[in-house]
Design a protein around this ligand. Sequence first.
Ligand SMILES: *[C@@H]1O[C@H](CO)[C@@H](O)[C@H](O)[C@H]1NC(C)=O
Length: 414
Amino acid sequence: MKFTVWNWLVFPAMGLVWSMTVPIFNHFYCADMPIEHVTEMMDPQDWDSDTYQMINFIGLAEKYGYTAEEYKVTTKDGYILTLHRISGSPSSPKASGKPAVYLQHGILLSSDSWILMGPEKDLAFLLADQGKDVWLGNTRGNTYSRAHVKLDPAEEKFWEFSYHEMGIYDLPAIIDTILDVTDSQKLEYYGYSMGTTISYVLLSQRPEYNQKISKMYHIAPVAKWGSTLKSMLKVMDVIFDALKEFITFFKFQQLLPQSAMAAELGKKQCDESSFFQPICFTLFSTIGLDKSRFNQTLLPHVMKHFPAGVSKYTVYHYNQNYNTHKFAAYDYGVGINLKKYGTTKPPKYDLSKVKVPVTIWYADNDDIAYPDNVFSLAEELPNVIDVNKVDDPKFNHFDFLWATDVRQLVYNKL
Ligand SMILES: *[C@@H]1O[C@H](CO)[C@@H](O)[C@H](O)[C@H]1NC(C)=O
């Protein structure tokens, strides 16, 4: 550990304050309660008070009369992922032979994030209504995919992955499962944010998967980085070294998991009836959303399911991409690089190998996927069908998921 004012003064002081205040957080916000995913909320009397119940994907979808299913997928390196499926909708019941489509969430999100707004609004529900067989993945380390054949999430080793492994292990396992269960040759891929990044990793590292995807819709794609950052990312970049020391000091392996505390904070402080709601909403919007097109009533609901956790190395990996202006795998140092990649330097992702036809959507005011970076990405992709701009100057990154008018502005035109 380095001898810095952070490590020897600030962080220990923070740890002390936390240990003194934690009883308060536990009391008011259930901070230390582990989450239990349930399909239906139990009667509070039957509730095992050691766990905090959270409605799961199946419960969210069934509430609106959709047929939802859950599959377990084991990757080549032993991670056990949860794969969700909406196989039927009220207007288009489950049937064989429906075309398979796959939706891949972004960083800190889960399959839940595609169905939080409700029918007639969410992309997953709209596709199911159109007669598609909708599959939704969960990448390793998020709230639904925290299991491994040998490793325990409590072990540091479990978390030694970035988005690289999501691309080369999670996606192949998921795609093969979908094609197998549906007896199809190909599927359509909808990726959002990091959900686009990992498809580039997959198709550049394992180009044979180009045969298994017929078409990709890439919403707010992230791969290339120019020289300027703005908003939240700029702040993150300024404090990044301190942030890294903080993470190391407290030995965090994962960041911002789905938690009882976020859910309780949402319910108590971010509800419309709360005095703190405006502050809460303003803080929440710094993730990159246009406040005027987000339904505030749903803020506590969204905070139950987002954030949903990510490994620290995934965040470090994006930071490295930005700092080096290279779209390459994460640099762990020579020892681990050799073990993971077989080379001392991390491999670069060759975008020219991404042969699947891609339709891109971006927004001028996106705080994460900046237009210049999107254009530079589109130039390197060999098979771009279309690059579409959202027709609104204020539309932002998370609006692609949760804006009240995202259906009119984007989904209807896909
Ligand atoms: C916001 O969400 C609430 C709760 O689902 C709903 O009753 C209301 O109609 C929504 N408002 C808009 C503008 O969509």
